[in-house]
Design a protein around this ligand. Structure first.
Ligand code: BGC
Length: 478
């Protein structure tokens, strides 16, 4: 190996506190399967993927094999498991007056109890992109032009989860990655007849839903002594390609229009001015809404994947075809013809540990430290290029993912050590080789291989052992 592995660096021994929360993450639609079992109602993804070969009907069969998942987490020495609740499993039609599905409640109770018994902290995401289909049909789900019903329905769903699970779940995430959720809605995506206004509206509605749910949790469930946050992400960490004012400005714009859209109002009480650019199509928060949203997260949670360079050139403003580049900033993985790091499947993400380090310093200084909060990484992962066509031996050996986690957790430890960044948790994405949104199983992010031909048997990859050995070295014992 061309670098010093984390366990071979004595300066990183016990650099993280004994209560550092390290573990794994997953999302309901991507792992559960059993999409029509025991009363689960259909969700937007069932509909969207119905004609694709890879859809959630089986996923990783975690609805049936959850005990195997808990065993894996124990084997990997995880302290934490972040999973999401399928809204349409606990409330098949989704609305505030719609019936509860007790079998769904039982499923999550079983999982949570087993985790707690195993000494693993459950972190629950309320919404990882799966809306009950009935709500999409009633008012276009998160794209609702008037979000009143959406907010009421989501708050009722959240209250149900707090009431049923909040005695054991002490950390909640309202919504996963509003930025990616907006862009998934595009074109033939989750929102039918998608327009630019829909993109903005979905993102705006995410803020309002998050703010309302957090307020209700703080007001009505404070005796549970838990915390609530939102899993944010910037699409990529964007690094100016050189010192030109144009490249530096472009990198700032990229941050403002992805992460900043949500992080500014939630953690700073401000709104990104960059949106002036889009005129009245962009729904701004009123003062009242800003008051609701500001201070609505108890910790700073970030998901991180890639790093790219900003060239300094701006690209065509938003059109239907470049919705993922809504920030209008041209980005590249190359500098002087050299790739920024080891390429992942589909080119995303590349292995760029220094980008992760810079991102951590940035979010800490900008959003977390001023609020006296810690940073939690709730997803970080890598899809090895062409992994789906590797031999089983190479999949299990998992050389490039071992390298990825060594470099990334090393970068995390370095920013703690050298920059005083307060990081309280880190989660690998993901526990299993799960379904990936409209790419099927081809980009694989898991630290566990799932043998679909043989009863969905879970086979640990060596990266999981590497990660366990790293934590053993860097996390203090007492
Ligand atoms: C999402 C996951 C997804 C992962 C890898 C993240 O943006 O939260 O659901 O599987 O990226 O593509």
């Amino acid at each position: 190996m061309a670098y010093r592995t984390v366990p071979s660096r004595p300066e990183l021994k016990d650099i993280l506190p004994a209560d550092f929360l390290h573990g794994y993450a997953s999302a309901a639609y991507q792992v559960e399967g059993a999409t029509s079992k025991d009363g689960r109602g259909p969700c937007n993804w069932d509909e969207f993927l119905k004609d694709y070969p890879d859809k959630g009907d089986d996923a990783c069969r975690s609805y049936d094999l959850w005990q195997d998942d808990v065993k894996l987490l124990q084997q990997y020495g995880a302290k934490s498991y972040r999973f999401s609740i399928s809204w349409s499993r606990v409330k098949p039609l989704g609305g505030k007056n719609d019936p509860v599905n007790e079998a769904g409640i039982q499923y999550y109770n079983n999982l949570i109890n087993a985790l707690v018994d195993a000494g693993i902290e459950p972190t629950v995401t309320l919404y990882h992109y799966d809306t009950p289909l009935a709500l999409d049909e009633r008012y276009r789900g998160f794209a609702a032009s008037d979000p009143t019903e959406l907010i009421d329905d989501f708050v009722a769903y959240a209250k149900l989860c707090f009431a049923k699970f909040g005695d054991r779940v002490k950390r909640w995430l309202t919504i996963n990655e509003p930025w990616i959720f907006c862009s998934l809605g595009g074109e033939d995506g989750l929102v039918k007849g998608y327009t630019r206004q829909d993109f903005f509206r979905v993102g705006h509605n995410c803020l309002l839903v998050h703010g309302n749910v957090a307020r209700v949790y703080h007001r009505e469930f404070c005796q549970q002594r838990g915390q609530i946050g939102i899993a944010l992400k910037n699409y990529d960490w964007v690094e100016p390609i050189d010192n030109s004012p144009e490249a530096i400005k472009a990198a700032q714009i990229a941050e403002e229009r992805s992460l900043g859209w949500w992080a500014q109002p939630i953690f700073k009480g401000t709104q990104t001015t960059a949106w002036d650019h889009y005129g009245s199509t962009f729904p701004k928060l009123t003062n009242e809404e800003l008051d609701l949203v500001f201070g609505s997260a108890d910790f700073f949670s970030i998901n991180h994947y890639g790093t790219m360079y900003a060239t300094g050139r701006l690209i065509e403003p938003y059109t239907k075809t470049n919705f993922r580049d809504l920030d209008d900033v041209e980005k590249t993985h190359f500098k002087h013809g050299k790739p920024i790091g080891r390429r992942g499947e589909n080119g995303h993400p590349h292995t760029v540990p220094w980008g992760f380090g810079k991102m951590l310093i940035h979010v800490w200084k900008t959003y977390a430290e001023p609020q006296n909060q810690s940073v939690y990484v709730y997803e970080n992962g890598y899809s090895v290029e062409h992994e789906a066509s590797f031999s089983l031996e190479d999949i299990i050996n998992d050389q490039y993912r071992q390298e990825f986690y060594d470099l990334y957790i090393g970068a995390l430890c370095d920013v703690v050590r050298n920059h005083g960044v307060k990081i309280a948790g880190y989660h690998c994405w993901s526990l299993l080789d799960n379904l990936e949104w409209n790419f099927g199983y081809k980009p694989r992010f898991g630290l566990t291989y799932v043998d679909r031909e043989n009863g969905f048997k879970r086979i640990p990859k060596n990266s999981a052992m590497t990660v366990a050995a790293i934590w053993d070295h860097v996390v203090a014992k007492t």
